[in-house]
Every structure is written in structure tokens, then in C-alpha cells.
Ligand binder design. Structure first.
Ligand code: F6R
Length: 234
């Protein structure tokens, strides 16, 4: 595992964007696993800069987002699909048909999850999986549990995660209670993983990387991943 402890979020974002850009340069049709939340925003801003200033092209890139809130349509301002459109996709030349975000509004949730995993496999698996980390050690919406779940699945969001995410909503009451999330199977099968963590996450990063591997700290499973890079603000 490559672990970089950096001084601030600007450096974290710049380094993470360099890793993603290098992946795209080496493989223009790379499959990227992408995350939402506050942490990757600076990374996406840097990638947009790289497209505008250095001609980094997303024309062949295929993307799979980690998660989506259940019950929110992809056009909902709070949906993760909208977040991705606003923070990255509508500013770069990625093709619409190559963008994948779980459909939180699907009528058949089990089918949606199964097809999402099948599509990832059909696209050759994930070349680079970008991850943030929750204060409780979650990755995607794989919340602390007594077991690791492999497939994409429906999950009830932890009370602590709903509290943490309430800052993006008008009140905690309207934070969705469930999500669809890519499971540990696709994450661990990614050829490379890039975990980023901003200010205030050093303790949970330390527990995940140096504590016991346990589903109680979901990110700890990355200790078993052969090609993980962690960039966190110390
Ligand atoms: C979101 C996701 C989550 C976040 C995590 C950290 O797609 O995968 O695991 O990465 O909740 O969120 P922030 O970056 O807002 O602290």
C-alpha cells in the first residue's frame, strides 16, 4: 500500500487528480469507479482544469459511481447523479452513454443491483476505484457491520452517516434513509484503488490501515487489496 500524508486538501486534490489523469493517459478507455461527497470535489475541479488546460480527454472513459440514494430520481438536485453532472461530467467530454450511477429510483431494486454488477464486469471491471471514507470507516455506503457484503446492494444508511450528510440537505429529516451501493466485490476487484481523506479523517484512516481487518471498519478490507494508494490530510 502507498500511503501519502499531506499537509492540506489542495495538495490531496492535486495528487489524486494526477493519479486519475495518469490512468486515463495510459488507458484512454479506462473504467473509473467514482465517489461523491465533499472530499472529491477539489479532485474533480482539478480534472476539469486538466481537460481545459492540457486537453485531458474523457471521450473514451467509462464511469461507475459507487452509490445513490434510494428514492431519489437522477434529476433530483440531491441525487448523486446530479452531483456528478454538476461537479464533473457536464464540464468534460465524457459520453453520456458511458456514465453509470445506480438508479435509486428503480422499481426492482434487486434487478438494478444485479445489472449494475453485470455491467461493470461486461465493461472489463474497474481500472481505478476512487474512494472517500466516512467517519465510521464506511466506503461507498458499505456501513459498519458484522460481515462484508460483496455485490451491489440496498443498504440502510447509518444514523451517524445521515447526520454527517445532513449538511447537504435542508434538514436531517429529509436525508434519505437508504441507498444502493457497490459492494466490496467490485471494489476489491478494481485493478487499483485510490482512497482520499480530507481534514478530520486522519484517525479513521489510521484505524482502517493499521487496525484489525474487520467489517466493523469497512475500509480496513483495503489492507488486503494489492494496489491501493491512500492520500490523506494529516
Ligand atoms: C459517496 C461515498 C461515501 C463518501 C464518504 C465521505 O459516494 O462513497 O463513502 O466518500 O461518506 O464523504 P465526505 O467526502 O463528504 O466526507
Amino acid at each position: 500500500m502507498n500511503v501519502l500524508a499531506v499537509a492540506d486538501a489542495t495538495i490531496m486534490s492535486a495528487l489524486a487528480a494526477d493519479v486519475i489523469a495518469a490512468t486515463i493517459v495510459q488507458k484512454p478507455n479506462a473504467v473509473l469507479g467514482l465517489a461523491t461527497g465533499a472530499t472529491p470535489m477539489g479532485v474533480y475541479a482539478k480534472l476539469i482544469e486538466k481537460q481545459k488546460e492540457n486537453g485531458l480527454s474523457f471521450a473514451g472513459v467509462r464511469s461507475y459511481n459507487l452509490d445513490e440514494y434510494v428514492g431519489l430520481h437522477g434529476n433530483d438536485p440531491q441525487s448523486y447523479r446530479r452531483y456528478m453532472m454538476e461537479n464533473l461530467f457536464q464540464h468534460v467530454d465524457i459520453k453520456n452513454e458511458n456514465i453509470h450511477v445506480p438508479n435509486g429510483d428503480a422499481t426492482d431494486i434487486a434487478r438494478e443491483c444485479r445489472q449494475y454488477d453485470e455491467q461493470i464486469v461486461a465493461d472489463g471491471g474497474i481500472d481505478l476505484q476512487l474512494l472517500g471514507i466516512g467517519n465510521n470507516g464506511h466506503i461507498g455506503f458499505n456501513e459498519p457491520s458484522d460481515h462484508f457484503t460483496l455485490p451491489t446492494h440496498y443498504v440502510e444508511i447509518d444514523a451517524s452517516t445521515r447526520e454527517a450528510n445532513a449538511r447537504f440537505f435542508s434538514s436531517i429529516d429529509v436525508v434519505p434513509k437508504a441507498a444502493l451501493t457497490v459492494g466490496m466485490g467490485a471494489i476489491m476487484a478494481a485493478r487499483a484503488v485510490l482512497l482520499i481523506a480530507s481534514v478530520g479523517k486522519a484517525d479513521i484512516v489510521e484505524r482502517a490501515l493499521n487496525g484489525p481487518v474487520t467489517p466493523a471498519v469497512p475500509a480496513s478490507i483495503l489492507q488486503f487489496h494489492p494496489n491501493t494508494t491512500v492520500i490523506y490530510v494529516k
